[in-house]
Ligand binder design. Structure first.
Ligand SMILES: Nc1ncnc2c1ncn2[C@@H]1O[C@H](COP(=O)(O)OP(=O)(O)OP(=O)(O)O)[C@@H](O)[C@H]1O
Ligand SMILES: [Mg+2]
Length: 212
């Protein structure tokens, strides 16, 4: 399908604590050093409405939250962030990098929560129209290692982190289904490397793929 915009849209994906945010920070340095303009965001990404929706999702007290409600809220939050923050920049020709996007919903709510990847894809395609990323980096690390990285560094634990290890394993398996399904868009990154090595790898891939 023909792109609707002149910019380039990248998402970074992977389980909890695998190092997405850290890798993006290192990537930023590289982009800056090389004079490449970019816009970095994350869901809910500074959109007031998206932020409010996200607070409902991650509130540890919302134990009764239904899985489909969770999926719908994420899709709603995603749409608002897309419309307010992402699309205007893609239309201006910018490189937009987002820390998580649709594949998180497919892996977490679709596969790990058991709603089904197809069903979650349906509500998300309504939410995002055809704005799929041009390139998606998946940070490959075992869920055990990811959780260890979080607990070592004492990030605040949210409702989804509290899930059992088997949930995080399913998230990982779900991502691997998506990688097979969307081969063209996904690039797998070895997240056991240092943030600098990871950023170098991503930087070179971006240059390679953007030039195609
Ligand atoms: N490449 C790496 N090697 C070793 N430790 C790392 C690496 N990347 C990140 N870490 C550490 O792991 C912890 C989790 O990293 P980070 O917050 O970047 O993960 P994340 O994937 O963004 O997590 P979340 O899903 O919670 O947003 C951090 O405390 C960070 O210092
Ligand atoms: Mg993060």
């Amino acid at each position: 399908m023909k792109k609707k915009y002149s910019g380039f849209f990248i998402s970074i994906e992977g389980g909890d604590g695998v190092g997405k945010t850290t890798a993006i920070k290192s990537l930023e340095e590289k982009l800056k050093q090389n004079g490449i303009n970019y816009y970095l965001t994350r869901e809910p990404g500074g959109s007031k409405i998206s932020e409010s929706i996200r607070n409902i999702i991650l509130d540890k007290n919302n134990k009764e939250e239904d899985p489909k409600t969770e999926a719908l809220l994420y899709a709603a939050s995603r749409r608002q962030h897309l419309v307010e923050i992402v699309i205007p920049r893609l239309e201006k020709g910018e490189l937009v990098i987002t820390d998580r996007y649709i594949d998180s919903s497919l892996a977490y709510q679709g596969y790990a929560r058991g709603i089904g990847i197809k069903k979650v894809y349906l509500i998300n395609s309504f939410a995002i129209d055809n704005y799929l990323p041009d390139l998606t980096f998946f940070l490959e690390l075992s869920p055990q290692e990811g959780l260890k990285r979080i607990s070592n560094n004492k990030r605040a634990v949210d409702r989804l982190d509290q899930e059992k290890e088997s949930f995080h394993q399913k998230v990982y398996d779900g991502y691997h289904i998506l990688i097979k399904k969307y081969r063209k868009r996904f690039v797998v990154v070895d997240a056991s490397k240092t943030p600098d090595e990871i950023a170098n790898f991503m930087f070179n891939k971006i240059l390679e793929i953007k030039q195609k």
